[in-house]
Design a protein around this ligand. Sequence first.
Ligand code: NDP
Length: 302
Amino acid sequence: MTASVIDGKEASARLKNGIAKAVADLKSKHGITPGLATVLVGDDPASHVYVASKQKTAVELGMASFQHDLKAETSQEELLALVRKLNADPKVNGILVQMPLPKHLDAIKVITAIDPAKDVDGLHPESAGRLVAGADSLVSCTPLGCLMLLKDVLGDLTGKNAVVIGRSILVGKPVALLLLNENCTVTIAHSRTKDLAGICRTADILVAAVGKLEMVRGDWIKPGATVIDVGINPIPSPDGKRRLRGDVNYAEASQVAGAITPVPGGVGPMTIACLMVNTLKAACAQRGITDVAVPTKLPPKI
Ligand code: NDP
């Protein structure tokens, strides 16, 4: 069997198209332009690339983008003061503080200072609590992207056995909760799990969010399973260019799985698109607007 490729670039283009239409609708019906504020502290080159890409996408989709670049030596109080200012700014509907922060700053304190209504990264404890409760919430972007891809490929997920490898607040736990809310039977595996390969072999849906290069082998996968590879692992390359591979051994897994995301070009592009969904959703929710169709799933292929 050769797995079908779940093309995250194509999927994210479809989603962005739907978002752009909804943004235009919000403007024409209510005169509101959703605004995303991004906060970057320090000079981490990868973070600069990620933030620039988020700003560019926001503008492409018709949103307003407000970028705040702060020096690496910014104090906790200065950063919290900026967050409070953005919380109070009606033009800002979503606030994203790019992680990781420099070591002297307390990320938890910063995240909890963000108004939960503007928590477009979905990391505030209130957002996490709402997800646990099965209530509508701003869900962190990568897990939301994984769910949208899975529903696009499989439709109704009810009754599927799902295995999520990884239990981080950012990816593993929210992915598992989203799948549980979709009526999957969910197993969360982690570094202390016994017989990881055996557990993975029970999965109709396997989500790998570990950060270990090609750890998941072909014989860990149930024939026909749907595999979502969240991992981003740089590999050495002779020309010195940065190349990435996932947590799943793609060459092996694609011989066994029914469908699989590549790395790069799978989950990654969906993450930014889902940040835009959250910004639009936050903008509508903050004003009680219900007559704009915020995409909750991938629009169909044309
Ligand atoms: P974390 O390091 O926070 O969590 C990794 C998880 O993997 C932990 O729960 C850990 O278990 C588990 N783990 C580690 N080693 C093993 C092992 N040998 N067997 C089983 N489980 C193991 O990472 P994140 O969740 O933040 O990210 C995971 C991956 O996803 C990374 O590669 C990251 O770069 C990528 N990522 C990709 C995104 C995208 O947009 N595509 C966005 C965000 C992340 P334990 O809890 O027991 O330590």
